[in-house]
Write a protein of this length. Structure first.
Length: 130
């Protein structure tokens, strides 16, 4: 049994898409055509948080910046796993009562592994800055 695909129901969406693209192109063309063109030395310099740029943009960063970023991602992903469990775990219709203890044990093991990683990073000196 096959259903026929009716393209007519999508015509308003296509018309809206054409209208949006046309509006964006028109705004860009009008801004380019009638916009002011005053080239100054200040407009040609790169913007660095309100400060004059110093040195090369391709300088090397200390590895500690990357280690802290990776740790942030690890703990951020931890929250992504823990939040749904915390919401569903003990409400009616959530996890069956028989599985409360095993699931809670798995969550505690997960948190313990993250704690071990945190202590390892601490002992390695990731949090010490020069």
């Amino acid at each position: 049994m096959t259903e026929s695909f009716d393209l007519g129901t999508y015509y308003p969406i296509f018309a809206y898409l054409v209208l949006l693209i046309g509006f964006a192109v028109a705004v860009l063309v009008i801004a380019h055509a009638i916009g002011p063109r005053r080239e100054t030395k200040g407009k040609q310099t790169p913007y660095e948080s309100g400060m004059d740029p110093i040195g090369d943009a391709r300088q090397r960063f200390d590895i500690k910046f990357y280690l802290v970023a990776v740790m942030f991602l690890v703990f951020d992903v931890e929250l992504l796993f823990l939040y749904p469990w915390a919401v569903v775990a003990y409400r009616d219709g959530g996890i069956p009562a028989v599985l409360h203890l095993p699931v809670f044990g798995c969550v505690l093991t997960f948190i313990l592994l993250l704690l071990v990683a945190y202590v390892y990073d601490w002992k390695k000196g990731v949090f010490r800055w020069r």
